[in-house]
Design a protein around this ligand. Structure first.
Ligand code: NAP
Length: 315
């Protein structure tokens, strides 16, 4: 290994580690807490972090690395990084937007289809031998042609909406400001009015303090008993206790969830529900996209070390 000192935080694929080692002297650690265990001389030499994961990376960790100039995040969501603390220390931050939009939007639509058409139960029906014994799967629900609401019409939200339009759905959305959209899409200035107007609600907000609980109990209840909520953003964006109450009581019909509070140790109440499709935060989890994310992370690191403009800067 040669080149500038880099700390790789998180669980990387071999191809990412090999590519980083070709350019940097890499020290791999599992989590930000593990930085304290590194020898002081090593910590002092570090110029950049390649960060992956959702464990908090804050001021205390940054202060362990006095030469730190860059945090390159693997992922578009950077809510685990204290960006204000980084900015205050002159540390640059980058993320990996756009390369994952398709996969995350695909999973959002797939979860609506799986929830409505009972794909998981259908597969179990065949595998368990219930089909020849009990006949048809109980009838499920139509997904096409319903009214869809997107909370947060950003990069991923827009990709979800474009897909749902092809499913003949009427598109409604809420963002802080109206967007340039195809004719016929309806803007709602607040999420409660959006939920009242639609059948299915897709959450595509950024995570972080400002959006915590944005999809509130009032929003969830406004969706009504035929509503399905799909969340591919962060567990924090939904009032999870209210969501669980609504799923248990039938105040909404169901949900498709890729993200949760306290992942991966999710609330056990979810496991008892048969009206929820549960996924292990795998929105961007394809070989193609994870390779592209690693490449973009490294392109940002290369730009930092070359003293050029970052490719996809956060700060
Ligand atoms: P984006 O383009 O920045 O869009 C984010 C949306 O959040 C925008 O609509 C924005 O609204 C809204 N927003 C931001 N700050 C807000 C605030 N303070 N109050 C209300 N709304 C706010 O981000 P993206 O690339 O689509 O990614 C969205 C999120 O998806 C990421 O941050 C990440 O957490 C999550 N994600 C999840 C997976 C997964 O594996 N499940 C994978 C990738 C990303 P405005 O339009 O009003 O600015």
């Amino acid at each position: 290994m040669a080149g500038p000192e880099l700390i790789a935080i998180g669980s990387y694929f071999d191809w990412d580690i090999a590519a980083m080692q070709a350019a940097y002297t890499v020290h791999a650690v599992d989590s930000p807490e593990a930085l304290t265990a590194l020898p002081e001389a090593r910590r002092r030499a570090v110029r950049a972090i390649a960060f992956k994961g959702h464990a908090p990376l804050g001021a205390a960790q940054m202060d362990l690395l006095p030469g730190l100039g860059m945090i390159a995040n693997y992922g578009v969501g950077f809510d685990a990084i204290d960006v204000a603390a980084a900015r205050a220390r002159g540390i640059r931050v980058s993320n990996t937007p756009n390369v994952l939009n398709d996969d995350v939007a695909d999973l959002a639509v797939a979860m609506l289809l799986a929830q409505s058409r009972r794909l998981i139960e259908g597969s179990d029906w065949v595998r368990s031998g219930a089909w020849p014994k009990q006949g048809e799967l109980p009838l499920n629900r139509k997904a096409s042609g319903r009214r869809a609401g997107i909370v947060g019409l950003g990069r991923i939200g827009r990709e979800i909406a474009d897909r749902l339009a092809a499913f003949k759905m009427e598109i409604h959305y809420h963002s802080r400001t109206p967007k340039d959209t195809p004719a016929g899409w309806t803007y709602h200035a607040d999420p409660v009015s959006l939920a009242r107007a639609v059948d299915d609600l897709f959450v595509a907000l950024v995570g972080g303090a400002e959006t915590t609980g944005y999809v509130s109990r009032e929003v969830i209840e406004a969706l009504g008993p035929d509503g399905v909520i799909v969340n591919i953003s962060r567990g924090s964006t939904i009032d999870e206790a209210a969501l669980l109450d609504a799923l248990e009581s039938g105040a909404i019909r169901g949900a498709g969830l890729d993200v949760f509070h306290n992942e991966p140790n999710i609330d056990p109440r979810f496991l008892k529900l048969d009206n929820v499709v549960l996924q292990p935060h795998q929105g961007s989890g394809t070989i193609e996209t994870r390779k592209a994310m690693g490449e973009l992370q490294r392109a940002n690191l290369a730009a930092f070390f070359a003293e050029e403009a970052l490719v996809t800067p956060v700060t």
